[in-house]
Design a protein around this ligand. Structure first.
Ligand code: ZN
Length: 203
């Protein structure tokens, strides 16, 4: 488990934490756990998520176990810079859907003394690094990789396998469209998908 650094001096220092992993790995639950503790300590906490993210609720960050916390949907990462100025702790959920300015935004906030906690998918449904996440992982002070359980073999899962066909990167209603798989089950399933596609093309 991630343990926050305690600082005994009064000087305000910022840093960047990233919580990442596949779908159903508990990223949002971990983000909420860290943010709630800061709220209890009367720190000024603000939470942002991309306006695209409308799966369950527009205003609240809702994790899969219905643990929720009020958040502000924003159309672009530059809004976070404006709205987050002077805030003690900033949480950002579904960071993979933000634009490529998000790393700059997080770095600027951290440099100005804010603790920035980011949750996001590390890889898309093809197993490729997702949006601004690689850059965020590079500039983070602390990284926590969380894992789901492979629905096929019960091993630790780090991939989100899409069970429906389609080329778009974002499909809403994730519970029906994705399952968590370990590396070897993911590779096997992806090979089956490409074989099926080849068969369809050749007929
Ligand atoms: Zn597996």
């Amino acid at each position: 488990m991630f343990l926050e650094q305690t600082k005994l001096n009064s000087q305000r220092k910022g840093w960047i934490e990233v919580v990442t992993g596949s779908m159903f790995s508990g990223k949002t639950e971990e983000l909420i756990r860290r943010l709630k503790r800061a709220q209890i300590a009367k720190q000024h906490v603000e939470i942002f998520k991309p306006a695209i993210e409308r799966r369950y609720d527009i205003v609240n960050i809702v994790s899969h176990d219905a643990n929720q916390i009020p958040s502000t949907p924003v159309p672009s990462s530059s809004n976070i810079l404006l709205l987050g100025n002077g805030v003690d702790v900033i949480g950002i959920d579904e960071a993979q859907f933000f634009d490529d300015q998000l790393p700059y935004v997080c770095e600027t906030l951290a440099n100005n003394g804010t603790r920035v906690i980011i949750a996001g998918l590390d890889m898309d449904y093809l197993g490729k690094p997702f949006g601004p996440m690689p850059m965020l992982l590079a500039i983070a002070d602390y990284i926590t990789k969380v894992h789901a359980i492979c629905m096929n073999c019960g091993d630790l899962a780090n991939h989100s396998f899409r069970t429906t066909r389609g080329e778009e990167l974002i499909i809403l209603g994730e519970k029906e469209s994705y399952i968590p798989l370990c590396r070897s089950c993911f590779v096997k399933n992806m090979r089956n998908v490409s074989n099926e596609t080849l068969q369809v093309k050749s007929t």
